[in-house]
Write a protein that binds this ligand. Structure first.
Ligand code: CA
Length: 294
């Protein structure tokens, strides 16, 4: 089973910092995830949200730049401006409290948001110096929203992968937007496409999306909520029957689903009865140790 470092070793260091990627690489992850969004001047950066408030000091550094909803969006800032931001441990924007209170200190360390190209070269460099062959796993974030702002994000992500990723560790390209993946598949990209499926839409909608995705994707990335509910085994079986791989997101030792006493117990359930091929985790070291002990 692939161990996929969710936003890097984000259980230990701020998500999507390059040091979190380096730690995950050293901890033995097989793939390192990138969430990709665009800036106003069209640079691709690695950030989970299309807005910057939950993981940076943007509101303090650039007062008055928020939209009506109170958020500061990456697409409203130039790359030069983004480079001045301090990347911080994630907070809940409503309260300012850390999303995961036991994790890296909000004010510890000094990190910045990397560009997608910088990160690809960084990981390629680590692969060269360590001799490991770790892959990348970029997500095209909200392509419809980017298109509405004049940026064809999916095409740009594939172009930067082609330019900056030597490919020795492989890559998966993921997106929630099935229509976007369907269009991407028409250009026959060299990397497998992953249809992400969120649990909030319900089991019926998830089953329909999984069934339809075999026409353009090679893998489905399933929310734990879908895998661990009563219909989870049937959903995995239908994906298998359609020839799809199954990756699960996200295993966290500090946010375990109900009924699981430990991360190992969760990983056992995912890899045992459900037999997934890949697991996203914030704690790659623990998943690698668990895998070694199976
Ligand atoms: Ca993601």
């Amino acid at each position: 089973v692939h161990v996929i470092a969710h936003r890097g070793a984000s259980g230990y260091l701020p998500e999507h910092s390059l040091v979190a990627k380096a730690l995950a690489h050293g901890q033995g992850a097989d793939f390192l995830e990138q969430d990709v969004v665009a800036t106003r001047d069209g640079a691709l950066i690695v950030c989970h949200d299309t807005w910057l408030d939950a993981v940076t000091d943007v509101a303090v550094r650039f007062p008055g730049r928020a939209r009506a909803d109170g958020r500061n969006y990456a697409i409203d800032f130039t790359l030069a401006e983004v480079r001045t931001l301090r990347l911080l441990e994630r907070v809940r924007p409503e309260t300012g409290d850390q999303r995961f209170p036991g994790r890296f200190g909000r004010t510890d360390g000094a990190f910045g948001i990397p560009t997608f190209a910088e990160e690809l070269r960084f990981i390629a460099g680590l692969n060269r110096t360590t001799g490991r062959r770790v892959g990348v796993y970029p997500e095209i974030k909200d392509p419809g929203w980017h298109r509405a702002h004049g940026i064809e994000l999916a095409g740009r992500v594939l172009a930067e992968l082609a330019e900056h990723w030597p490919g020795d560790g492989g890559a998966f390209v993921q997106c929630f937007d099935g229509g976007e993946l369907r269009r991407l598949a028409e250009s026959r990209p060299p990397w497998p496409l992953v249809q992400l499926v969120d649990g909030s839409a319900g089991a019926g909608a998830a089953a329909a999306l999984v069934a339809g995705s075999a026409a353009y994707a090679q893998v489905v990335g399933l929310d734990l909520r879908l895998l661990l509910c009563d219909s989870g085994p049937a959903l995995v079986a239908s994906a298998r029957a359609a020839g799809l791989g199954v990756h699960a997101w996200t295993a966290r030792k500090d946010a375990l689903p109900p009924g699981f006493p430990s991360l190992d117990a969760l990983l056992d359930a995912l890899a045992g009865p459900l037999a997934v091929d890949g697991i996203f985790t914030d704690f790659p070291d623990l998943a690698v140790a668990w895998r070694a002990g199976r």
